[in-house]
Design a protein around this ligand. Structure first.
Ligand code: NAD
Length: 360
């Protein structure tokens, strides 16, 4: 089969890690008889430097016409990049919000998996890690507080800021359906996270999630308050299979879950629309501190490409081949500096990509 992929290298380490992920896709193509065709798209600081905006309409259109999108990362050094003082809609990260909204990417999937080989980097005690953990966080991505009406105005002589948290039944239902569909392919357990003891939006969330759950009798459903979930993630992470939650709670909990895996350089993510179309990117940012030095770990981006094979192209065997190759490289002791430990063999970005290709 032939697949059209829009590739957004972005800023910082983005171009280096995306190059390795495309190399891995090419290797999959050779071995399994597929052809991947790439069209490069500018976004973030790279687009601001050329077009003055973080995402042009043409770039969005190219992404929309493709079968899926592979993204590195966008953004510069927080506090002192040449884009830092621009108006909010002219900053690199505005490109991310625009492409998610423009492509209707409402479902963000972030796996948090503990590789046995890297468990020494996990900040949790051995007694808590137990048999390890393997969860997926499903975060609603285009609604809630980050997209609601917001303003700051003076009220009775004091500046007052307002952010609005809005969710419709429709927005909750479609993300809940995705969560149950994913759970059906995994351990069949969904934990829905909300703040139903306080928020109206959370009460509606709970009601709609229960309606959706009724259609999946094989999947067990638990509700958990967000503050408890933040604690449970570090007390007993093994209890989770699929965590389903709204935009802001998901933003925070998915970073917490990344942290307990030991390395942000290993974590993939996917953002999907109602169909098979998706944008795939590592969970980390553009790491400007190590850009251009062959130090970046490309595995998160390579595993994101594997998610693309599975979720957008239905190539499960090919996705598993990439995941197994990553596992093999780690078992053989190869490490980029961010996951280096005593006894490991340190390699750079390009060599890590090459080693993974050779094992597919
Ligand atoms: P970051 O994830 O870029 O970096 C945090 C730390 O992790 C740094 O020390 C970095 O060197 C390290 N790191 C990250 N990815 C790594 C990898 N693959 N290999 C080895 N080490 C890695 O987060 P930050 O420093 O807070 O943000 C930097 C820029 O990235 C900012 O402009 C921010 O807005 C942007 N950002 C973009 C995205 C995105 O494009 N989706 C996400 C988060 C942050």
């Amino acid at each position: 089969m032939k697949y059209e992929i829009a590739v957004i290298p972005g800023d910082g380490i983005g171009p280096e890690i995306v190059k390795e992920a495309c190399g891995v896709l090419d290797r999959v193509g050779e071995v399994f008889g597929h052809s991947f065709h790439y069209t490069e798209v500018l976004m973030g600081g790279a687009s601001i430097d050329v077009h003055g905006v973080p995402l042009t309409d043409e770039a969005l259109e190219t992404a929309r016409r493709s079968d899926s999108v592979l993204l590195g990362a966008v953004g510069g050094n927080v506090g002192n990049s040449r884009w830092y003082d621009a108006a909010p809609h002219l900053r690199p990260e505005a490109g991310l919000l625009a492409i998610r909204k423009g492509l209707g990417l409402f479902a963000n999937i972030r796996p948090a998996y503990l590789y046995r080989e890297l468990s020494s980097a996990c900040p949790l005690k051995e007694s808590i890690i137990g048999d390890g953990f393997d969860m997926v966080i499903l975060r609603e991505l285009t609604g809630g507080l980050y997209f609601g009406e917001r303003y700051t105005k003076e009220v009775d002589g004091a500046l007052t800021a307002v952010d609005t948290l809005t969710y419709s039944e429709h927005e909750i239902r479609r993300i809940a359906v995705k969560a149950f569909e994913i759970a059906m392919k995994r351990k069949k357990h969904v934990t829905s996270v909300d703040k139903a003891n306080v928020l109206d939006s959370s009460r509606l969330w709970r009601k709609v999630v229960e309606e959706v759950a009724a259609g999946y009798p094989e999947v067990t459903l638990a509700h958990m308050l967000v503050d408890n979930c933040a604690m449970q993630l570090v007390m007993n992470p093994g209890q989770f299979d699929v965590i389903l939650t709204e935009n802001m709670f998901g933003d925070i909990l998915s970073d917490e879950a990344s942290m307990i895996t030991g390395s942000i350089g290993m974590l993939s993510s996917a953002s999907l629309n109602e169909g098979k179309f998706g944008l795939y990117e590592p969970s980390h940012g553009s790491a400007p501190d190590i850009a251009g030095k062959d130090l970046a770990n490309p595995i998160a981006t390579i595993l994101s490409a594997a998610m693309m094979l599975r979720y957008s192209f239905d190539l499960d065997r090919e996705a598993a081949a990439v995941e197994e190759a990553v596992q093999k490289v780690l078992s053989e002791g190869y490490r980029t500096p961010d996951i280096m430990a005593e006894g490991g063999i340190q390699v750079g970005t390009a060599q890590m990509g090459r080693l993974i290709c050779e094992r597919i």
